[in-house]
Design a protein around this ligand. Structure first.
Ligand SMILES: NC(=O)c1ccc[n+]([C@@H]2O[C@H](COP(=O)([O-])OP(=O)(O)OC[C@H]3O[C@@H](n4cnc5c(N)ncnc54)[C@H](O)[C@@H]3O)[C@@H](O)[C@H]2O)c1
Length: 175
């Protein structure tokens, strides 16, 4: 990356998996998988770019959390997913504090329900209609809604924002 482009201006920690399990059904392997991809992955990817961002005295990292971290469960994620995504918020805020002096901004996005592969075939028409009743903007989110927020947070339009949590949820959770 650096050999090719000379610098790294932005990182979006987007990789994530979820599992629709209840507390008493979560096995150690479930917990490890969900925490590893969502939370450990966010740390390791950030560690991979931070030295270069420090060297160039600037950069922007976006961490993908979830409304599930804020309200104690989304629609499809189990409690271990909520915990991992809440961990992402803590990690992002701590990195924002640590690397502000290096001109590096770290922010989080908390999407509501976005229509992607993550819901698999588990979202029935009835469930969908029910969920939409609780969304003031009257629709589920699209990947572009989240991508646009990433673009904002990685660009200079958000030059004075660090450590924030940006809700991209159509009003599903207003707090
Ligand atoms: N879709 C939603 O409603 C929703 C809501 C809140 C948060 N999120 C979060 O948004 C992010 C994107 O999710 P999505 O909805 O696009 O899901 P998705 O399943 O469509 O995409 C997830 C991506 O993560 C990648 N990934 C999974 N495990 C990986 C690993 N071990 N290493 C590298 N890449 C890996 C997959 O290849 C895939 O490209 C995730 O962090 C998810 O938790 C999604």
């Amino acid at each position: 990356m650096v050999e090719r482009y000379g610098r790294i201006d932005g990182l979006v920690n987007n990789a994530g998996i979820t599992q629709p399990l209840r507390t008493l059904d979560i096995q150690a392997a479930n917990f490890d998988a969900v925490v590893d991809v969502n939370l450990r992955g966010t740390l390791y990817m950030s560690q991979a770019v931070l030295p270069q961002m420090k060297e160039q005295n600037g950069g922007s990292i976006v961490c993908m959390s979830s409304v599930s971290a804020q309200r104690g469960g989304g629609i499809f994620g189990g409690p271990h997913y909520s915990a991992a995504k809440a961990g992402v918020l803590g990690l992002a805020r701590a990195m924002a504090r640590e690397f502000g002096a290096n001109g590096i901004r770290v922010n989080s996005i908390t999407p509501g329900l976005i229509q992607t592969d993550i819901t698999g075939d588990k979202l029935t028409a009835d469930m969908r209609a029910d969920i939409i009743k609780g969304i003031p903007l009257g629709r589920l989110g699209d990947a572009a809604d989240v991508a646009n927020a990433c673009l904002f947070l990685t660009s200079d339009l958000s030059a004075y924002l660090t450590g924030i949590t940006l809700d991209v949820n159509g009003g599903m959770l207003i707090h």
